[in-house]
Design a protein around this ligand. Structure first.
Ligand SMILES: Nc1ncnc2c1ncn2[C@@H]1O[C@H](COP(=O)(O)OP(=O)(O)O)[C@@H](O)[C@H]1O
Ligand SMILES: [Mg+2]
Length: 222
């Protein structure tokens, strides 16, 4: 089954300067174990599209499915549950909580999902090992490099075993060599864990890791 699929997605923002057509009639899909990269210049509509796919925003028209569930047909509570159970998010600015250790940051989604303590510990250790940070579990974000912080962000995103990983310019704050290793990690995880990933970037080098590339231009698939 396709892990995430969208049909005829359109998102129009009304602003004081008039209507902004951020996404226009976009079809997109990712299968389990597939890395789809959304490429486009700043303002092309990447963040808007990822927010729609991740159920963080509602389309003006069009539909989104996560697995067999039509996300766009759900009410807010059901959508929040779907996000928690089936989606993982990675952010450009990492989004880690500074006063928590790496392992505590990774553990948060499991606490929210009320996973029992012993299982939380096992899953956190597994996720940190998958991103190569088993030896850094006790460190706080400020004690880690940018690349390591984003690895913690990736561990947090996959710890609840999501069907779909959504990452908006996850390497945008990293130097090019670190960016390449983080993108390699995302590709490896997607393939080994069978997660479908939709990742945006404007870095042409990172596009090489994609199983499929979707090029956005002014809100449309080029
Ligand atoms: N909440 C919003 N209100 C009005 N316009 C928006 C909003 N979010 C995005 N836009 C506009 O939509 C277009 C696409 O933005 P965005 O999805 O952030 O592009 P990208 O992530 O590729 O840089 C831009 O013209 C942006 O200004
Ligand atoms: Mg953006």
């Amino acid at each position: 089954m396709t892990a995430v699929r969208a049909e005829a997605l359109t998102r129009t923002f009304s602003t004081s300067a008039g209507e902004v057509h951020a996404c226009v009639d976009i079809d997109i899909a990712a299968d389990p174990g597939e890395l789809v990269v959304i490429r486009g210049a700043s303002g092309a509509g990447k963040t808007t599209l990822l927010n729609l796919l991740g159920g963080l925003d509602r389309p003006t028209s069009g539909r989104v499915w996560i697995g067999g569930t039509e996300a766009t047909a759900l009410d807010e509570d059901a959508l929040a549950l779907l996000r928690r159970e089936q989606l993982g998010f990675v952010f450009q600015s990492f989004g880690l909580i500074p006063v928590l250790s790496a392992s505590e940051n990774v553990e948060l989604p499991l606490r929210i999902a009320r996973v029992a303590a012993a299982e939380r510990d096992a899953r956190v250790a597994e996720a940190l090992a998958l991103v190569g940070l088993a030896d850094h579990a006790a460190q706080r974000p400020g004690e880690l490099s940018g690349g390591q912080q984003q690895r913690v962000g990736i561990a947090r995103a996959i710890v609840a075993r999501p069907r779909v990983l959504i990452a908006d310019e996850p390497t945008g704050q990293l130097d090019s060599r670190t960016a390449a290793t983080v993108m390699d990690l995302i590709g490896d995880l997607v393939h080994s864990q069978g997660i479908a990933a939709v990742v945006s970037t404007h870095d042409p080098l990172l596009v090489q890791r994609a199983d499929r590339v979707v090029e956005l231009h002014d809100g449309r698939v080029a």
